[in-house]
Design a protein around this ligand. Structure first.
Ligand code: ATP
Length: 273
């Protein structure tokens, strides 16, 4: 456990009457089309994420995964259904939620540290504490020596680490990750997945990860949700009973391969799903 988190939600994962981090019921989303042809993108979806738990989502391209994440982020509202975040109606964005997208959006004209501090300025967090936290996060992610450099000095993987630090600056209870490693090469991707797994355990936050990579979904997740073709619904909810902490050897475990095959069979319709 680290000193930079105000509280660790992980222990409540075992509590019976826990208030979910996220609770969606009967949520649907349809986008109006320019030609009058609407796209039913999502749902109905029921989704519960417990505090401190890590949920990965995989599914075919265009099935509504990012739509689901944007709804949970409060960046969009559903057409039907109810959404709650930590027991209160989810009606918009919140500083309790940190988001990392595939494309890091770091400003080239300012330092890595100032990029990480950006949300702290927007949220008017106390300056000295935010700076201390930013430096701690940069240290945790191996970027401390680059704090005063411009983002151009960072590799792709390092930029995503900086984006992660920025998402965590407000000490959010929920982390949303939309293909955060999608633009990286396979090796960096696996390295960052393992690093994220370690950080997630240390920070004890709830997380929702959207990914196309089944191994990444398993390596990080307590659960892997498999979505159907559009309109996306949740076809399967697989509990990942692999021990933690997970490392590079986890993927070699027979159980890992078993789960991977089970998920592939559902996705490629080789079982009833
Ligand atoms: N703002 C929007 N306006 C209109 N249609 C949209 C909008 N956002 C998404 N869609 C449509 O909704 C459907 C689901 O899109 P979404 O991006 O959620 O899928 P996805 O599963 O994340 O896709 P991918 O895996 O390819 O990133 C798609 O058909 C997409 O074209």
């Amino acid at each position: 456990m680290t000193a930079i988190s105000a509280h660790n939600d992980a222990p409540s994962r075992t509590a019976a009457a826990v208030v979910p981090a996220i609770d969606l019921k009967g949520v649907t989303k349809t986008y109006p089309g320019r030609d009058g042809k609407a796209t039913h993108a999502l749902g109905p979806v029921d989704l519960r994420i417990d505090p401190g738990s890590f949920v990965s989502v995989v599914g075919p391209s265009g099935c509504g995964k990012s739509t689901l994440l944007r709804l949970v982020a409060g960046l969009e509202m559903p057409d039907t259904g109810t959404m709650q975040r930590y027991g209160t109606p989810l009606e918009g964005p919140s500083h309790e939620v940190g988001i990392v997208f595939q494309e890091h959006v770091l400003f080239p004209w300012t330092s890595v540290l100032d990029n990480v501090l950006l949300p702290a300025d927007v949220l008017a967090l106390p300056k000295a504490a935010a700076r201390e936290r930013a430096l701690k996060l940069l240290e945790l992610t191996g970027l401390k020596d680059f704090a005063h450099q411009r983002p151009q000095a960072l590799s792709g993987g390092m930029k995503q680490r900086a984006a992660f630090c920025r998402a965590m600056i407000s000490d959010p209870r929920l982390l949303l990750l939309d293909e955060p490693f999608g633009a990286l090469d396979a090796l960096t991707r696996e390295e960052l997945s393992l690093e994220l797994s370690r950080l997630w355990q240390e920070l004890g936050r709830a997380a929702l990860l959207i990914t196309h990579d089944i191994e990444e979904a398993i390596l990080l997740g307590d659960r892997v949700l498999i979505m159907s073709e559009r309109p996306g619904t949740i076809r399967a909810d697989i509990t990942i009973d692999l021990p933690r902490p997970r490392d590079a050897d986890t993927v070699k475990l027979p159980r890992f391969q078993e789960i991977k095959n089970q998920i592939r069979d559902i996705i490629f319709n080789r079982t009833g799903g």
